[in-house]
Design a protein around this ligand. Structure first.
Ligand SMILES: Nc1nc2c(c(=O)[nH]1)N[C@H]1C(S)=C(S)[C@@H](COP(=O)(O)OP(=O)(O)OC[C@H]3O[C@@H](n4cnc5c(=O)[nH]c(N)nc54)[C@H](O)[C@@H]3O)O[C@H]1N2
Ligand SMILES: Nc1nc2c(c(=O)[nH]1)N[C@H]1C(S)=C(S)[C@@H](COP(=O)(O)OP(=O)(O)OC[C@H]3O[C@@H](n4cnc5c(=O)[nH]c(N)nc54)[C@H](O)[C@@H]3O)O[C@H]1N2
Ligand SMILES: [Mo]
Length: 684
């Protein structure tokens, strides 16, 4: 019998998730047979989520794209024929050159997000290529910009508590986060805290599996978190549960914030949030008492709170809370939205912005539907004539799908999609270029949930003719006649460039991860990375921009109760077994999710004569889609939950939940408002 060669290769999970796990791939005869969590990496702790533990099923999937493809049918029909790399790249280069000559390079737009969050395969070589080309720039807003602005205006950056110290907290507010589904390795620390006597409170319109396992659940209406946070402050003030010394020394704008908060009685907030005033008082008692008796109070706020009109203000209000009670004095106190601001990433070295010879315009990815349909104008610049999509599936994930689909259907739009699979977006491509998965390429990672750097080594050779994004852009640069040497840097060089001397690369090569040297309690004595060095309750920068300097409650565009035609608020949070629209095509995971569902409270279903399991139409003025109704206590009255971003073509009627969402933007950062959406639900 032939001897089999088995190797184990250290890698990192590339997906858009705060956990960024270290994993080990077992390879047998060139085939990846198993992916396991690395027990030596403390945050991963030897365990992976269900999705990624099936990673080999995704990488060796029979539907993997293995050759370049050229469109042979109408746009969107998904009909393609294989071509050679040389033919595809020569044709793409010729078309991009022609557009550059006729309309200028700004008529070309890269469209990418976080299919991988690796620093090399996301905006490494791609950014160099588009800078050299002089293409339009993309504002990558679709996930986190409102919250990013919110914490940055308050704390100075995407900084906060270290995740491991949540294990020592005595009170944890899990705010707008379904941690069991989307941040499993944080949940492990929360469980340790709970076993040691901590109280866990979940603040979420949906009764998630996380809410089930917390001591308390506050099911507020979507988009009302700032009102809750302000009422909490009201109670902290009224009961004098404040750390006056901390406020005095390490914050700014207290007088103004105090005045604002005093206007938010629990009764007023309760009306806005659709909850009991008693629940707000009890939450304030728990949070306030932590100063005197309970022990450190920690908040894990996630991006769920910032997908409505007032998302930036909501995050700002929440980020003020720890300073009021001096929670930052303890390493197990404070707040975390994202830890990514703590990494010494050498962006300029990676992306080489000096390759860009003239300033460009910026297009917001969250309004791609409208922007693809916009004619050229003085204000807008040239009409978008070409899209190069990588690491993203905009036809499925961007808001208001009808506009997005109309835009992608333009016969005169030249679309290139770098993909692992023939997604909804790939169906609209003129050329599809096959990309490698994480098991087939190099990368180096940060995390937005912990504070370690991880290295990913290729475990297997690229499948078929697939190439890493980086190689595709290197090759395209050659075909375009771009001769700058940095456009040919190889992936290992890019991995080393990402952190330069700030990280010990030998250690990364040896163990797959390395820890950033960071203080335990970074803001115990102030020292916030804001301009003033203080926690800024009042933001001079916001005020200078003509905005409110103090956080406030900004009502939804589509406030529940404001429309008789569309009386239900719809949120569309992640499905546990998908990662945005990734994994929807992995059968074993799709089987667990079943089909696209909408959760509805029994009272709302009864009022409409709807039964659990029936197929319903979810509608508003933007569109409609069909899915299965599940009557469930996971939905609160007045709010329906459309879970997960299904591939349109794998849904019931070739559509998904984004048929209903709008392209309106958040108060700060130009983010999308996926969870600020009114609908009606009717029987089909
Ligand atoms: N399994 C899985 N994991 C994921 C993802 C996935 O799709 N699947 N997505 C990844 C991505 S891209 C991101 S950005 C991260 C974080 O992604 P998030 O979008 O933060 O995802 P969740 O942690 O599920 O938390 C969102 C929670 O907020 C709740 N929510 C909705 N509206 C409101 C509101 O107005 N106020 C409050 N308080 N809560 C609200 C939702 O019901 C949901 O439970 O997770 C990542 N991890
Ligand atoms: N209704 C609603 N819509 C939402 C959300 C919501 O909660 N509700 N969440 C929003 C959020 S938080 C986010 S972050 C966005 C996510 O939007 P996207 O970042 O577009 O995420 P995915 O849908 O996972 O698509 C990523 C694609 O990248 C591909 N990919 C992965 N690795 C590589 C690679 O190395 N090379 C190439 N070329 N391709 C690769 C995958 O196959 C996948 O098709 O969606 C947003 N849309
Ligand atoms: Mo996201």
């Amino acid at each position: 019998m032939k001897a089999t060669a088995v190797t184990r290769v250290l890698g990192a999970c590339p997906h858009d998730c705060p956990d960024t796990c270290s994993f080990i791939t077992t390879v047998q005869d060139g085939v990846a047979v198993k992916v396991q969590g690395n027990p030596a990496h403390s945050h991963t702790n030897g365990g992976l989520c269900t999705k990624v533990s099936r990673y080999t099923e995704r990488t060796h999937h029979p539907d993997r794209l293995l050759t370049p493809l050229r469109r042979i049918g109408p746009k969107g029909s998904g009909q393609f024929a294989p071509v050679t790399w040389d033919t595809a790249l020569a044709a793409i280069a010729a078309r991009l050159t022609a557009i550059t000559q006729s309309s200028g390079p700004q008529a070309i737009l890269p469209y990418s997000y976080a299919g991988t969050i690796g620093l090399v395969q996301s905006e490494g070589m791609a950014a160099r290529f588009f800078n050299r080309l002089g293409a339009s720039e993309l504002a990558r807003t679709i996930c986190s910009m409102a919250g990013t602005e919110g914490v940055t205006h308050t704390l100075g950056g995407k900084v906060g508590m270290r995740v491991e110290f949540y294990a020592e907290a005595k009170l944890i507010l899990i705010w707008g986060s379904n941690s069991i589904g989307s941040n499993l390795h944080f949940w492990r620390y929360a469980q340790i805290a709970k076993r040691n006597g901590a109280k866990l409170i979940c603040i979420d319109p949906r009764r998630t599996e996380t809410a089930d396992k917390c001591d308390e659940h506050i099911a507020l209406l979507p988009g009302t978190d700032a009102a809750l946070a302000l009422a909490l402050m009201h109670e902290l003030i009224e009961n004098d549960w404040l750390d006056h010394d901390y406020i005095e020394r390490y914050t700014s704008g207290w007088t103004q914030l105090r005045e604002r908060a005093l206007a938010w009685t629990p009764e007023r907030a309760a009306r806005v949030c659709g909850i009991d005033a008693g629940q707000i008082r009890s939450l304030a008692r728990d949070y306030g008492a932590s100063v005197q008796t309970r022990g450190p109070a920690a908040i894990r706020v996630n991006y769920g709170v910032q997908r409505a009109h007032g998302g930036g203000n909501a995050v700002r209000a929440i980020a003020c809370l720890p300073a009021l009670i001096g929670a930052w004095r303890h390493r197990a106190g404070g707040v975390l939205l994202s830890s990514s601001g703590q990494y010494p990433v050498q962006r300029a070295a990676l992306e080489q912005p000096q390759l860009r010879r003239s300033p460009s315009r910026t297009i917001n990815m969250s309004t791609i539907g409208d922007d693809l349909l916009r004619p050229g104008s003085q204000h807008f610049g040239p009409r978008i004539e070409s899209l190069i999509v990588y690491n993203s599936n905009p036809v499925a994930v961007a808001p208001q799908s009808s506009k997005v689909v109309e835009g992608f259907s333009r016969e005169d739009l030249f679309t290139v999609v770098l993909e692992q699979f023939q997604t909804d977006t790939a169906d609209y491509a003129d050329y599809i270029l096959p990309a490698t998965t994480q098991l087939e390429h190099w990368d180096v990672h940060l995390s937005y949930g912990h504070t370690d750097v991880l290295l990913n080594r290729p475990a297997i050779a690229p499948l078929g003719e697939a190439k890493p994004n980086s190689q595709i852009f290197r090759d395209l640069a050659c075909h375009m006649g771009f001769t700058e040497p940095c456009l040919q840097d190889d992936d290992e060089t890019l991995c080393r460039t990402a952190y330069g001397d700030a990280v010990n690369f030998d250690e990364l090569l040896k163990q797959g991860f390395t820890r950033l040297p960071l203080p335990d309690a970074p803001y115990a004595e102030g020292g916030f990375p804001t301009v003033s060095g203080r926690c800024e309750f009042y933001s001079e920068r916001l005020a200078a921009a003509g905005l409110d300097g103090i956080p406030d409650y900004v009502p939804n565009y589509e406030t529940p109760g404001s429309s008789t035609r569309y009386p239900l608020a719809m949120i569309s949070p992640p499905a546990r077994n998908f990662l945005n629209s990734s994994f929807v095509n992995v059968k074993s995971l799709r089987d667990i999710e079943g089909e696209p569902i909408l959760e509805m409270h029994a009272s709302d279903a009864a009022a409409r004569g709807l039964e659990s399991g029936c197929i319903v139409r979810v509608t508003n003025d933007r569109g409609e889609y069909r899915c299965k109704l599940v009557i469930s206590a996971r939905a609160r009255p007045g709010v329906v939950n459309g879970l997960g971003i299904w591939w349109r073509k794998l849904g019931l009627d070739g559509k998904n939940v984004n048929e209903l969402t709008s392209q309106r933007l958040t108060d700060m950062g130009g983010g999308p408002t996926f969870y600020d959406c009114l609908v009606e639900v009717v029987a089909t």
